[in-house]
Design a protein around this ligand. Structure first.
Ligand code: SF4
Length: 322
């Protein structure tokens, strides 16, 4: 976590990349702007080359071009991990397995992570993804209560459980790791213990308790009984001076399907566009003036600075003295 006012070196390149190969989602989870009825992009238009323009294109799907994807993959030297998901359900991309395989062929030891809601994770696709080179697959179960799951995601709980079982079997076959993600704000008393017993006790699979939050003000949490996470504080009452969620501005680069680099997985409106991988290398963007300026602003605890998305984000580290 960055300390207030401290100049920190982000290194020559990020530790990890989150890459959106396709926009859109098949669910409408309450904590995700992809399901918002008023989810409309600031700009909603195809751009030259037919590549997607915005993550906020509900009902419209844009896929990253093969040329841009290949360019990014070739530039991944020195990066530890790649995650082919951002503001989306990655399995909507019919070429996802091929893209994973391209990374695996080019960078054999790279960590590859996919986070999915699992609805499209049939036994065939689960096996294909692990065979292609996925190292860790995070399966979004969110809650084990069928009614709550259906209300929360709009998806079928029976399909989720069926696919989860198949995914666990496929991962064991390929020596990959599955993480089951639930959300703290959706769990009822005793549910966490039961899930830990089921997954950690029986299968040795990590249960990941995610936080339910409003994505830096991008959604209103209206699920009855859902409690927003308090782990990271109230999200206000102090200036943001760092990121408690993976230290993202210093560690992780986030790339939209059109090649633009945005701040993080909460930057749905592309409030902070920090570069463009259609024209720049990863290193140029990472060390470029927009990124460095943002880091400087975020690390500055006093004095005027431009508005930052982090100021309204619950995952921000905050300065109480200003
Ligand atoms: S908006 Fe939130 S998650 Fe994104 S970099 Fe800022 S503090 Fe981190």
């Amino acid at each position: 976590m960055p300390a207030a006012g401290e100049a920190r070196d982000p290194g020559a390149k990020p530790f990890g990349m989150q890459i959106q190969t396709i926009t859109g989602c098949n669910a409408h989870c309450v904590m995700c702007p992809a399901g918002r009825d008023d989810y409309l992009p600031a700009e909603c238009r195809p751009i030259s080359g037919g590549v997607g323009d915005s993550a906020k294109t509900r009902g419209k799907t844009w896929r990253m071009s093969e040329a841009l994807f290949a360019r990014i993959v070739d530039d991944l030297a020195g990066i530890e991990g790649a995650a082919l998901h951002l503001f989306n359900e990655p399995l909507l991309d019919p070429h996802l397995e091929r893209r994973v395989a391209r990374i695996r062929a080019r960078w054999p030891s790279m960590l590859q992570v996919i986070s999915s809601n699992g609805a499209l994770l049939t036994p065939t696709r689960a096996r294909a993804l692990f065979a292609a080179g996925v190292t860790i697959l995070t399966f979004g179960l969110y809650t084990s209560d069928p009614d709550r799951y259906r209300r929360f995601t709009g998806l079928d709980p029976a399909t989720a459980w069926r696919n989860l079982d198949a995914t666990i079997r496929a991962a064991a076959e390929y020596g990959a790791e599955v993480r089951v993600k639930v959300l703290d704000g959706l769990l009822v008393p005793g549910e966490e213990d039961r899930l830990r017993e089921r997954f950690e006790g029986r299968y040795g699979i990590a249960l990941h308790i995610g936080m339910l939050h409003d994505r830096a003000g991008n959604v209103r949490l209206e699920e009855p009984g859902a409690e927003p996470c308090s782990e990271f504080g109230p999200g206000g009452g102090g200036r943001a001076i760092g990121c408690l969620d993976r230290d993202r501005p210093w560690r992780v680069m986030h790339v939209l399907a059109d090649g633009r680099v945005v701040l993080c997985c909460n930057d749905w409106d592309a409030m902070h566009v920090l570069g463009d991988l259609r024209r720049q290398s990863i290193a140029e963007v990472w060390r470029g003036a927009p990124y460095q300026g943002l880091r400087r602003a975020l690390g500055t605890s006093r004095g005027p600075r431009p508005a930052l998305l982090c100021d309204r984000c619950k995952a921000a580290a905050r300065c109480k003295h200003q």
